[in-house]
Design a protein around this ligand. Sequence first.
Ligand SMILES: [Zn+2]
Ligand SMILES: [Zn+2]
Length: 175
Amino acid sequence: MAQSGRLDHFTGEPKVKPACVLDYNKKMGAVDRADMISFVDCQKKWYKKLFFHLLDTAVLNAYTVHRKLSEERMPYKDFRLKLVKELIQEHPLPRRSTGGRPCVNTPLRLTGRHFPSFVPPTEAQGQSTRRHCRVCLYTTRRKRERKLTRYMCSSCDTALCPAPCFEEFHTLKNY
Ligand SMILES: [Zn+2]
Ligand SMILES: [Zn+2]
């Protein structure tokens, strides 16, 4: 442990922190990429700060790898949001039971409100822009096919045939 050069707010005594933390803070200042991380830096205790910083570093590393491996150019903020959504889907908090069985491991597409909308027009295809239906493409229940559709669920950002795929996608865990 080493003196941090600050005084404790309550006791007025010099604050001590692990030397590695002080060292880390000093060196981190030079790394501008880490600025991307700072917007979630709202914790006060040094160990919490360190934990969240390491967590954020892991997310930033994942983003860097994702950029390398994927064609998709996704802004960092969108990547974080998508990651949060996927983590919630994979590891939902066990809900307090309201009579039925607790709902564990329910993908977001099976909860909430979903309405069909038109696939947004592109310059090339205009109003008749179509995308491949996800259920037809990845179904495990019938023969897979590449089927184009004008309809999508905008909450899920997923193109779907209005029937039966729209319903199947939102009601079956394995469609
Ligand atoms: Zn379909
Ligand atoms: Zn949906």
